[in-house]
Design a protein around this ligand. Structure first.
Ligand SMILES: Cc1cc2nc3c(=O)[nH]c(=O)nc-3n(C[C@H](O)[C@H](O)[C@H](O)COP(=O)(O)O)c2cc1C
Length: 185
């Protein structure tokens, strides 16, 4: 079975990024993938330190990424780029984790601009030999279109109230599954 992991790069309890990522991951599950949510708000992961071989949950998290055929990577837009939480996790994982992995990108913004963040994600995933899929999702004014539901699992499901944004987000989940299946062949 194709395995899809999703990474949410926000530490906020009411994170719109995690909610949107869950919508994409549900679409991946509907496309028959086995899914795994890596919520960086809920892990023990100190800031990456190059003198340390392993820190906190780092080895288990790297294994989860390595075992995934596809990854959906989501981050809030911070200062026109991705969050420090996401960047630190990015530094733990390299081509050993991402070789032959399809990666779909998603960014949530408080304002209207997410292009730089998606570009930074794309170039840094290419650096670790991931195959970023062409379909990407940027959500402007995220708090007005993403209802976070309950952070707990199970709980009320997160919702994206804008039809176009919801469709694009669901498509991201399906497209990552399709490309992950091709890369497994
Ligand atoms: C430190 C910081 C920097 C931010 N920088 C930007 C920015 O450059 N552009 C923007 O549109 N929103 C910016 N925002 C707003 C977040 O992108 C927005 O609230 C996002 O949806 C938060 O995601 P979350 O709910 O998953 O935490 C910033 C927020 C914080 C806390």
């Amino acid at each position: 079975m194709t395995r899809i992991a999703a990474i949410s790069g926000s530490r906020r309890a009411e994170s719109t990024t995690r909610a949107a990522i869950r919508v994409a991951l549900d679409a991946a599950a509907d496309a028959n993938a086995e899914t795994d949510l890596i919520d960086l708000a809920a892990v023990d992961l100190p800031l990456y330190h190059p003198d340390e071989d392993a820190q906190g949950d780092s080895e288990a998290l790297r294994r989860r990424v390595r075992e995934a055929d596809g990854v959906i990577a989501g981050t809030p837009v911070y200062r026109g780029s991705y969050s420090s939480t996401f960047k630190s996790f990015h530094d733990f994982c390299g081509s050993e984790e991402y070789e032959r992995t399809a990666v779909g990108l998603l960014a949530t913004a408080g304002g209207g601009s997410y292009g730089g963040t998606l570009g930074h994600l794309r170039s840094t995933f290419r650096n670790v030999h991931a195959w970023t899929v062409p379909h990407e999702v940027g959500i402007r004014n995220a708090s007005s279109v993403v209802e976070t539901g309950d952070a707990g699992d199970p709980g009320p499901e997160p919702q994206i109230t804008d039809d176009d944004v919801r469709r694009r987000t669901e498509t991201l989940g399906r497209v990552v599954v399709e490309h992950a299946e091709r890369l497994r062949e």
